[in-house]
Unconditional design. Structure first.
Length: 137
């Protein structure tokens, strides 16, 4: 199938979301300057370099309680710190729970029933526990 995004596709779901597969899910954990935690899954995530190790994720959309962005990006702008956790299949339900549209003051770790662990020396930063891979930046 060939389509120009600006012309639409006529399908019930956007085919772009299925073109690049498999796509790992980066579970991005952040903390704002006041200590408020956030955990959000991002399907537009990947490793982009070996040396130095680099990862990227793309955040689209915005929340009404943020200034044109989402909690993850807002927290990263405040602190310069985030952690990438790789979602494993066994954590699928918790990952889906953490994708809920919650207010900035609500903790996605608690909402999803997850523990958080402090990462040192990353200024009190947190990450999801029980995951096979995490990388703080």
């Amino acid at each position: 199938m060939f389509y120009r995004p600006e012309e639409g596709h006529g399908l019930p779901h956007n085919p772009f979301n299925a073109i690049v597969t498999p796509r790992p899910i980066g579970w991005i954990s952040t903390q704002d300057a006041a200590g408020g935690r956030n955990l959000a899954p991002y399907s537009f995530f990947n490793a982009v370099a070996y040396v130095p190790p680099q990862v990227m994720f793309a955040s689209t959309g915005a929340k009404p309680d943020q200034d044109g962005t989402k909690d993850s990006v807002s927290n990263i702008r405040e602190t310069g710190v985030f952690c990438v956790n790789i979602v494993e299949f066994a954590m699928l339900d918790a990952m889906n729970a953490s994708s809920a549209s919650l207010g900035k003051q609500e903790d996605e770790f608690a909402h999803a029933g997850l523990e958080a662990l402090a990462v040192k020396p990353s200024r009190g930063f947190v990450l999801a526990a029980r995951l096979p891979a995490s990388n703080a930046r």
